[in-house]
Design a binder for this molecule. Structure first.
Ligand SMILES: Cc1cc2nc3c(=O)[nH]c(=O)nc-3n(C[C@H](O)[C@H](O)[C@H](O)COP(=O)(O)OP(=O)(O)OC[C@H]3O[C@@H](n4cnc5c(N)ncnc54)[C@H](O)[C@@H]3O)c2cc1C
Length: 495
């Protein structure tokens, strides 16, 4: 139950029409795209201006209320899920873009602008905002900055941090500030790298109200090669050879057999399905001649791996159909399973074959089906564990398998996350990758920006003492919501 004085202050700050406490509305904001993390907020607010946002933050501080900012809610690590109730601040309506400085390859966007909308606005002008999460038609720049989002093309173009020049934010103190410099090419050449600190901070250090991003020229010519292999080991070897070829490919995606069968049924793209894996490799250029040379080199490299089948296309419609199928791969799992749990871990690309073999063993050992579709060139794995949320023992096995796969990736020299962030999902696994000294400095940084701990609390950093030692568990405390509505539990809708 919210204290009335707090609600009164919110009404004063932004007007009652922008404040919702109805249970049905709050329920909508209880989860993001992470199936397992849920917690219902007490109130949703939608400030319209920076000064209204400041007033909300100040009211939260005055009443010691925790707040969590939310974009489109497509995050997969529980970052936009409020812990133990609290306030959700929705900035999804902040959708203004300013392309006036496009000639200088810089544009301004508010945090509610969808990644794909910015891309669409830039495309007719020959420009591109490179970060391309598969959720791009929906996910917001606020979420992209906060998660340092990646995507299919990041192997060549980099992640969101590589394309961000400056960010405006409201700090937990209520102060408005800007980090970075929108007018220079390398905004962090001087001083401590505060911009880098903000990108990827998952809404824990402040609320982003706008940012200047870099655009790059949109390549004019694209080709995709599709290569089918009889074993995952062969496909992994092909990835290594492509990376060593001297050609900078713009995408290198691996799709396993189960996933191929799903995307074929869902999208009718006709990928070869009698193989262990399909490798999609994209090449981009600014002239047909340049593209032809690249395609020739990559084709020779892939053919040398003795694939079952190899094709190349530069037909725009077919290229788009391939990528649409790839982006929709996770959705196509809906043909086979009521739900899946997608993991996001990174390994050195050289460890691809042993990692995939071990992941298959872990899934089988937990009596689970796993589908793999991922950014092979970056070593960014996305095992999708199929499950039925109504089956509680199976859900528990998913958590255990996720724990084992995460630990495996770190033990192979990898990292906890490539693009989905830590959020609630992996905060209790931070000790797998970071030393107690690393974590100490992270707590210190958090405390400088947010001494009262009200700004998206409980994300990224494990509770002090929980993870001070190197081996902490994977998400167990985070995945258990503080409160479980009895009716939902009884209906099996609350896991
Ligand atoms: C089908 C699907 C495919 C996906 N594919 C990819 C992919 O290829 N690559 C990838 O990187 N991710 C992918 N994601 C994950 C997700 O889309 C990204 O993390 C995205 O950046 C989240 O954006 P959002 O607007 O939905 O953020 P939300 O889920 O609303 O929030 C995510 C985090 O950002 C914080 N946040 C949001 N807005 C602000 C703000 N204004 N200021 C400060 N913090 C803020 C939130 O507090 C939260 O911690 C995918 C998700 C789905 C469902």
């Amino acid at each position: 139950m919210l204290p009335n004085p707090f609600l009164n202050d919110l009404h004063q700050a932004i007007g009652p029409a922008q404040v919702w406490t109805e249970p049905a509305v709050c329920l909508v904001y209880e989860r993001d795209a992470n199936f397992l993390a849920t917690s219902t907020p007490s109130v949703i607010v939608s400030p319209q201006t920076v000064s209204q946002l400041q007033a909300v933050v100040q009211a939260c501080h005055q009443h010691a209320m925790a707040y969590t900012v939310r974009g489109a809610g497509t995050g997969q690590s529980g970052g936009a899920v409020p812990t133990n109730g609290g306030v959700v601040i929705s900035l999804a309506q902040w959708r203004t873009m300013d392309l006036a400085r496009l000639a200088q390859r810089t544009v301004f966007a508010q945090p509610g602008v969808a990644n794909g909308d910015l891309k669409q606005a830039l495309a007719p002008r020959g420009a591109l905002f490179a970060p391309d999460p598969s959720s791009q038609t929906v996910c917001t720049l606020g979420g992209n900055w906060a998660e340092n989002a990646g995507g299919i093309h990041c192997i060549k173009d980099g992640v969101t941090a590589d394309h961000t020049l400056a960010l405006q934010l409201v700090l937990p103190s209520g102060q408005v500030t800007t980090t970075g410099t929108p007018t220079v090419v390398h905004p962090e050449g001087t001083g401590l790298a505060l911009l880098s600190l903000m990108v990827g901070s998952e809404g824990t250090l402040g609320i982003l109200t706008g940012g200047w991003v870099r655009t790059i020229p949109k390549p004019t010519h694209t080709a995709v090669t599709l290569t089918a292999f009889s074993t995952l080991k062969q496909a992994a070897a092909a990835v290594a050879q492509v990376l060593a070829s001297g050609i900078t490919v713009s995408a290198l995606e691996l799709i396993d057999q189960l996933t191929v069968q799903c995307v074929n049924r869902a999208f009718g793209v006709g990928f070869p399905d009698q193989c262990a894996a399909v490798l999609l490799c994209e090449l981009v250029a600014f002239s047909p001649a340049e593209l032809a040379v690249q395609t020739q080199v990559i084709t020779a490299v892939l053919q040398a791996q003795q694939p079952l089948e190899h094709r190349a296309t530069d037909q725009p419609q077919q290229v788009e159909a391939f990528w649409q199928a790839r982006r929709g791969a996770a959705a196509s799992y809906g043909l086979l399973t009521p739900a899946f749990y997608v993991l996001d871990c990174v390994i050195p690309p050289s460890q691809l074959a042993p990692a995939l073999a071990r992941i298959a063993e872990i899934a089988a050992g937990h009596d689970l089906v796993v589908g793999n579709v991922f950014h092979a060139g970056d070593g960014n794995l996305h095992p999708h564990l199929f499950f039925d949320p109504h089956d509680l023992p199976q859900t528990e096995r998913v958590k255990q398998a996720a724990k084992a796969i995460t630990a495996l990736c770190v033990s192979l020299g990898g990292t906890l996350s490539g693009e989905h962030g830590i959020g609630l999902e992996k905060r209790d696994s931070m000790g797998l990758q970071f030393t107690p000294a690393d974590l100490h400095w992270m707590y210190e940084v958090k405390a400088i920006f947010d001494p009262e701990g009200l700004c998206n609390p409980g994300k990224i950093l494990p509770a002090k003492g929980f993870c001070g030692e190197a081996n902490c568990s994977h998400g167990d405390s985070a995945l258990l919501p503080a409160t479980r509505p009895a009716a939902l539990s009884a209906a099996g809708l609350w896991i």
